[in-house]
Design a protein around this ligand. Sequence first.
Ligand code: CMX
Ligand code: CO
Length: 145
Amino acid sequence: GLTRIDHVGIACHDLEEKIAFYESTFGLVVASREVNEAQGVKEAMLHVADGPAGSSYVQLLEPLGPDTPVGRFLAKRGEGVHHVGYGVDDVAAALEAIGAKHVRLLDERPRHGSMGASIAFLHPKDVGGVLTELVQAAKDPRQGR
Ligand code: CMX
Ligand code: CO
């Protein structure tokens, strides 16, 4: 099952500007910055809190180009919440269970996400308009799995 909210993904035009906003407005601290070519994003994870099931973050996303998931989202809807990422203990097992419930999987197999996590996306049209990500965090997020 789902163990926590791992992160909320927020689409923006200017990553550095939004990092500065979250730092100065909420006092959040950047835990990692990465470019993920496969996902078409430049992104930062800002640490929010630690709970019994793991940590939670805000993920700020700037597209690498217009022809990417976040680039198309910005063109259509503008800046704002792009997806919700839920923590799971075993993303492959979660995909199998959820795929059996007629929810379209955007990833048949887990892919690489921020901080060494294994991730997979569910189609927003099958989740009430919410792009949904499953996140199996790395055992040691600084080193990956
Ligand atoms: N939330 C809710 N609905 C969304 C959406 C989002 N983030 N992105 C697209 N949609 C909707 C569109 O509004 C559109 O609906 P309508 O036909 O009613 O207008 C429909 O889904 C198809 O969208 P599209 O413009 O054709 O966009 P795409 O070709 O980009 O396909 C999606 C959408 C979700 C399949 C694609 O964005 C995807 O595969 N996303 C998963 C990967 C991803 O988002 N990576 C970036 C984040 C990486 C990370 O978190 O680490
Ligand atoms: Co995400």
